[in-house]
Design a protein around this ligand. Structure first.
Ligand code: BGC
Length: 765
């Protein structure tokens, strides 16, 4: 694992890559197909089954073994540990060509080292390294940390999604990572679920566009040394779990699946995504990991997916030990492979049991060959055979380079949502000379969000640091509340309340805790679901007491899931920053002081309370026929598509060029948007439609297009959209996709809220 190994090994690989006539698979000038077939016929059954298996990196295991008891390791499936199997065994298997992939390898040194072991194997098939590079390759230290997906979604910026994915791919390859377990294209429909922040929100159309651009950005042409394999996940339905908890059952009609959950996956396949991860949950009584209908009928037969399917963490095991639809582990492996899984994440029993299943004649070897072909195809395409190592001398030239840092800042500026402003913002440097800053997220790396490792201080600008940077002459009085919402000190809350009274203005930075290196302390993120949407710990009390000072109080939220927030009416301003990434603190401060005019709009509905769930904007007409008799109204705290700016926009002249079309016709729409304020800005113009009467019920509105429009103060622009038949179509009673004749309502405006929308109608004859 020394530098020297990588450098020597680069040379070693080049010697063996020329290939001889017989070894077509080593010949880079041969077609990928020929190389795959040549290699496949040289492989033993054991080697083939090994290609279908994944392991976690040895350093990950060592790190866990160092801090956990054996019992903890055995019983904690989140931290890989293979009872009776040591790091030495993993290394030996790698040298024997019995492992196809690793995950949770976090350094270039370890990746190059493990690869050097694979290069000692009989056929020298390189390892494909997979990693959860969800918003940048943030899980591994010293990479650019972009804002999390929900923040990106609120920018409605599809070009930015592409750019971030492209840059992430470059940083990954620079450390010998080839495969990201992203984009997560689940449509988030339950705010209790801890993974909302990992998604692009609740709207299938927005999720689809951002997912497609991410796939394209990661993969490029899937043949260059800067391309990585994308993985669309998790297939499917886990984002609407029956009780809000990760991996709990989902019971979804085929209609809902096809209308809401499938479109981003189908589009991802069409965009060329070559890997897909199945979901933890069971779907309508069948675990996704053994679900033939999903993996064979829909994915392979209908969508013609040519890539490979990887299981999620321990989920094949769970077919047996959780869902109990397989009597033992071997049967679970059988069901998963015959269901359509190609690669197993992760563990020691796969190799032996799957080989047995083939020898017993239960799984045809041709079925194994199918999976191995798909996996080898990607390894060849990505050029890993020719370039199995990354250059340790060059890695830091790419990772965290200036261009990528600039993107991280720009993305954060675009994704932070201004939810409330009574006029206090943008802050005046001269009016507020003394500002009290407090709250768990004021001066903490938690702004990096889930799927991030702790970063070097110089690579993160916390919110407090951002404030000091943007307003150097202001006196910021910081009352530290620690990072842990569950362990706040009441004395510190009182101290903040007291100091608030002597300040000119107060800023409370509250929210959730998301950093996964403190797995059990988080309140948001993977496996961190909630039965309420309130702020945890003494945070409500802190806000209440600070606001009671009578001084203007601003709340900044750093979180992943929507939070119903205490007494929003008592605060002067509220900013939803989500997890804005490494320069999130600077971006927040720039928005507070008006250096940046906020433009983001909510990609998820923010409910008042958990009791209102399910709360989504694109619900069916009868959802609120009867109001709640007590408690909160049936309106959200903030609706989908909502977000404020420091300027104002006026919408007018909504025109439809066609008032009548045939079922295959299109409608051209135009609207005039004017910046009526005195600041330049970017407005996210949204177009929704509703099918007025239809043979099956349709949502009250559905986003069908949007545009990010920059407008100088006083400027007007005409924004054009085109409503094509695919945007009007839905599944009829026979589950046939049709455009039905009748009247459609077109709504264009600044949010999904009716009062923000201009309407027009057209008719399909
Ligand atoms: C998550 C996946 C992730 C995998 C590997 C699982 O627990 O559900 O999204 O890719 O772990 O880290």
């Amino acid at each position: 694992m020394k530098k020297i190994i990588a450098t020597m090994a680069i040379g070693a690989c080049l010697c063996s890559c020329g290939g001889s006539r017989e070894e077509v698979y080593k010949d880079p000038s041969a077609t990928v197909k020929d190389r795959v077939e040549d290699l496949l016929k040289r492989m033993t059954l054991e080697e083939k089954v090994g290609q279908m298996n994944q392991f976690v990196g040895v350093e990950h295991i060592k790190a866990n073994s160092a801090v956990m008891t054996e019992d903890e390791l055995r019983n904690n499936t989140a931290n890989a540990f293979y009872p009776g199997f040591t790091e030495k065994d993993i290394e030996k298997w790698t040298e024997e060509g019995l492992i196809g992939s690793f995950l949770h390898v976090l350094t270039i040194e370890e990746a190059n080292y493990l690869q050097s072991l694979a290069m000692k194997s009989r056929l020298q098939i390189p390892i494909i390294f997979g990693i959860d590079a969800i918003h940048g390759n943030a899980n591994a230290p010293d990479n650019t940390v972009y804002p999390t997906n929900i923040n990106l979604a609120c920018s409605f910026d599809t070009l930015m999604a592409y750019k971030i994915a492209r840059q992430t791919a470059r940083e990954m390859r620079a450390m010998n990572m080839h495969w990201t377990f992203n984009p997560n294209v689940e449509v988030a429909r339950d705010a209790r679920w801890g993974r909302v922040g990992e998604t692009y929100g609740e709207d299938p159309y927005l999720v689809t566009l951002l997912g497609v651009q991410s796939v394209k950005g990661y993969q490029g042409n899937l043949n260059g040394s800067e391309d990585v394999l994308a993985c669309i996940k998790h297939f499917v339905g886990g984002s609407e779990p029956i009780n809000g908890t990760n991996g709990s059952p989902t019971d979804l009609s085929e209609r809902t699946l096809r209308e809401v959950f499938f479109p981003p996956f189908e589009a991802g396949v069409k965009a060329g995504a070559m890997s897909l991860m199945t979901a933890h949950n069971e779907l309508n009584g069948i675990p996704c990991h053994s679900n033939e209908w999903l993996m064979q009928d829909v994915l392979r037969s209908e969508w013609k997916f040519p890539g490979f399917v990887v299981s999620d963490w321990m989920d094949i095991e769970h077919i047996h030990d959780l869902h109990a639809t397989a009597e033992n582990l071997k049967e679970a492996f059988y069901q998963s492979i015959m269901g359509g899984i190609d690669m197993h994440m992760h563990g020691i029993h796969w190799n032996e049991m799957v080989v047995e299943l083939v020898k017993e004649g239960r799984i045809p070897e041709s079925r194994i060959d199918e999976s191995v072909r798909r996996i080898l195809d990607i390894k060849f395409r990505l050029g890993i055979f020719e370039q199995p190592y990354a250059d340790e001398a060059r890695t830091t030239q790419v990772r965290l380079c200036d261009e990528h840092r600039v993107t991280a800042l720009e993305a954060a500026r675009n994704g932070i949502v201004l939810l409330k402003n009574d006029g206090v913002l943008p802050l005046s440097h001269s009016k507020y000379k003394r500002i009290m800053v407090t709250g768990i997220n004021a001066d903490d790396q938690n702004i990096l969000g889930d799927w991030s490792a702790p970063a070097k201080d110089e690579n993160v600008t916390t919110i407090l640091e951002g404030l000091k940077m943007i307003s150097p002459d202001t006196q910021f009085d910081f009352v530290d509340q620690g990072w842990d919402p569950r362990n706040m000190d009441p004395k510190k809350v009182f101290e903040a309340a007291a100091r608030a009274r002597t300040a000119d203005l107060n800023i409370v930075v509250a929210g959730e805790y998301m950093m996964r290196f403190r797995w059990n302390d988080r309140t948001d993120g993977e496996d961190t679901d909630r039965s309420d949407l309130d702020l945890v710990g003494l945070q409500n009390e802190l806000i209440e007491k600070v606001a009671a000072s009578g001084k203007p109080t601003i709340l900044i939220l750093v979180n992943g899931r929507p939070l119903g927030v205490w007494a929003a009416e008592n605060l002067s301003a509220i900013i939803e920053a989500w997890a804005p990434g490494m320069y999130g603190g600077q971006a927040v401060a720039e928005i507070l002081y008006g250096k940046v005019n906020p433009s983001a709009k909510l990609a998820v509905t923010i409910p008042h309370s958990v009791g209102q769930l399910q709360m989504i904007y694109n619900h069916k007409p009868s959802q609120y026929f009867h109001p709640y008799v007590a408690g909160k109204p049936n309106k959200p705290l903030y609706p989908f598509g909502y977000g404020l700016s420091y300027t104002t926009y006026k919408y007018g002249d909504l025109k439809l060029m066609q008032k009548e079309i045939g079922t295959d016709g299109a409608v051209d729409v135009s609207v005039k948007v004017t910046n009526t304020g005195d600041r330049d800005g970017v407005e996210i113009v949204q177009l929704y439609i509703r099918d007025k009467f239809s043979s099956v019920t349709r949502p009250v509105k559905e986003l069908k297009d949007f545009a990010r429009v920059s407008l100088k103060a006083g400027e007007s622009k005409v924004v054009n959209f085109r409503i094509t038949p695919d945007k009007l179509a839905f599944y009829d009673k026979k589950m046939k996709k049709v455009v039905e004749p009748g009247e459609f309502i077109v709504m264009v405006g600044a949010s999904s809220n009716d009062k923000d929308l201009l309407t027009e109608t057209f008719t399909v004859r």
